[in-house]
Design a protein around this ligand. Structure first.
Ligand SMILES: [Zn+2]
Length: 177
């Protein structure tokens, strides 16, 4: 579908919270794919947008859409964050993690997080083989899964590393403070 720029037909873009013409939407979506926009640019909302892909007349694979969604999520608290530090943590989780690493929080106390971080391994079947991914200091396997999912170029599956479930007592998990 091609509309001339002289046709002021607008639709509501939920991501940008604005009314756009189809050509403007398509232009922004293409531009966001060519040069990755910074989080503060309005084009940042176009990343992985299925509406934009449709308006640009392109099919975007569902895997790519899924991976793009995970790119904007903090690995630890799973909240959507405009800015991720080291492509991993939201600002809050990064600060808590840093306190845990040095063993002191702003009050000079040992953060509770210290006792909850542990090494975890998961297995990832890929192309007929299985690779083991280990992270030394995570709250749960989901941190590793999100990190892998956001780079996925195809369907991904996860498994527990052999022996890892038996070795760890089941504990109630709660979101980090
Ligand atoms: Zn977070």
């Amino acid at each position: 579908m091609t509309l001339g720029p002289d046709l002021p037909e607008l639709f509501r873009c939920e991501r940008q919270g604005a009314r756009l013409t189809v050509p403007a939407c398509a232009r922004m979506w293409r531009s966001a794919r060519e040069t990755r926009p910074a989080p503060w640019e309005s084009r940042h909302h176009c990343l992985g947008c299925p509406v934009g892909a449709g308006n640009a007349g392109e099919k975007v694979e569902t895997v790519a859409l899924g991976a793009e969604e995970w790119r904007l999520v903090c690995c630890r608290c799973l909240r959507r964050a405009e800015r991720l530090i080291h492509r991993k943590f939201c600002v809050s989780c990064f600060n808590r993690d840093r306190e845990a690493r040095i063993g002191r929080n702003a009050k000079g106390q040992t953060p509770r997080l210290v006792a909850r971080l542990r090494p975890i391994s998961i297995v990832v079947p890929q192309a007929g083989a299985v690779r083991t991914v280990t992270e030394a200091r995570v709250l749960g396997a989901w941190e590793i899964m999100v990190a892998i999912a956001r780079q996925a170029t195809g369907p991904v599956a996860f498994g527990a590393a052999p022996g890892s479930l038996a070795a760890q007592p089941v504990q109630a998990q709660s979101a980090p403070d």
